[in-house]
Design a binder for this molecule. Structure first.
Ligand SMILES: NC(=O)c1ccc[n+]([C@@H]2O[C@H](COP(=O)([O-])OP(=O)(O)OC[C@H]3O[C@@H](n4cnc5c(N)ncnc54)[C@H](O)[C@@H]3O)[C@@H](O)[C@H]2O)c1
Length: 348
């Protein structure tokens, strides 16, 4: 069965289609089409004959100028016109890179995304942010360029490695906290179906996550204000990843740890009550997230301060008064150090 949701991100309309099969017209264009994969997603049973294809190395290293240059050159050599189509089939890396390249080719050609990782389905493919990494930093160059269509087939998730599935679950839990109590209930009450990647429950989860993210982005397509709430848990999480050299934990574990720290800080600031912190902890533990950090709180705060969201010496963090009640607050770094120390005592 196929069904579609429609959103408007700035000047662009995006259609998100859920279906187990792809209509071949989906990726065809009279002006030519180029389909971009990575080596893993090129193996997935998606298209029978997708025409011109480019297969990149998997991983962040492809999200670079040279990755974009390869796509643009192949589009040019393949004779794509102004109305030609670039399709990205893969996780967040391929989606970000294909979208970045499409936004540049002939000043913007058609773009379709087929997200294949959970993180890309619920987050990266939705909302129009494109990016490449630059100078060793993530997402330092990019554009806003929403895909005209996004095709989601949750049965592809059964091929996804556990670590990558868990990465996506960090974002799913964040989305439930941002404002979908029914999603939160599903996560708490149907965890074995979720971890078993049951397609029915996964489609319900992805739909709900798309709706929450798209709703936020529709109101602030260029991140001038409220879109920042999507960073819940991420300022802590990115700092942990940077501080531990991206080796101690996966992105999902870092986000999960960040969600817990944001909850503890929300409580410490008197914004949230203990019931909220307990719910966040229960959700994270249900999905096996028990991320530990044995390092120095000061070093985490230092890593947070180099984060690009720093404002006038104070850190601007996304916190919550409760489920679905999110606020942005500038917080004194010393208070964050204290909170991390407390958190290590409370959640050893
Ligand atoms: N644009 C945005 O709004 C946004 C939001 C969040 C994250 N991102 C970006 O997304 C990227 C992370 O995305 P990711 O976690 O999907 O990483 P990824 O694209 O590297 O994919 C993870 C791994 O899973 C493999 N894979 C993907 N789908 C598969 C499937 N169905 N079966 C088997 N293997 C599969 C990939 O080949 C890769 O090896 C980061 O670069 C991040 O910056 C962008």
């Amino acid at each position: 069965m196929s069904s579609a949701l429609r959103y408007r991100f700035g000047d662009h309309d995006s259609e998100v289609r859920f279906s187990a099969t792809v209509d071949s017209a989906f990726i065809s264009s009279d002006s030519g089409a180029l389909v971009v994969f990575d080596r893993n997603t090129a193996q997935l049973p998606i298209f029978e004959d997708e025409g011109q294809r480019l297969v990149l190395a998997p991983g962040e290293s492809s999200k670079s100028w040279s990755g974009a240059r390869r796509i643009l050159q192949r589009a040019l050599d393949g004779g794509l016109g102004r109305d030609g189509l670039i399709a990205g089939v893969g996780g967040g890396v391929v989606c970000d890179l294909a979208a970045f390249s499409a936004s540049l080719f002939m000043r913007g050609c058609r773009l379709i995304l087929v997200p294949t990782s959970l993180l890309a389905m619920v987050d990266a493919a939705i909302g129009g942010k494109t990016a490449i990494n630059l100078g060793g930093y993530k997402n330092m160059a990019g554009t806003f360029y929403p895909a005209e269509r996004i095709w989601i087939n949750v049965s592809l998730l059964r091929h996804l490695p556990v670590r990558e599935f868990d990465s996506g679950m960090g974002e799913v839990i964040k989305t439930a906290l941002l404002g979908d109590r029914e999603l939160l209930d599903i996560l708490l009450k149907q965890s074995s179906r979720v971890t078993g990647r049951d397609p029915e429950v996964m489609e319900e989860i992805v739909r709900r996550c798309v709706a929450v993210k798209a709703g936020i982005v529709e109101g602030d397509p260029r991140e001038a204000g409220n879109r920042a709430v999507l960073n819940l848990g991420h300022t802590f999480g990115h700092a942990l990843e940077a501080e531990t050299g991206y080796k101690l934990c996966s992105h999902g574990e870092a986000v999960a740890w960040g969600l817990m720290q944001a909850a503890v800080l929300s409580r410490a600031l008197g914004l949230a009550d203990p019931g909220y912190t307990a719910t966040v902890r229960e959700l994270l533990e249900t999905y096996g997230f028990a991320p530990r950090f044995d390092g120095k709180p000061e070093s985490i705060v230092k890593a947070m301060q180099v984060d690009k969201k720093k404002r006038r010496g104070k850190l601007r963090l996304v916190l919550q008064r409760g489920i679905g009640d999110t606020v942005l607050r500038e917080v004194d770094p010393h208070l964050i150090v204290e909170t991390l120390q407390d958190s290590a005592r409370i959640f050893p």
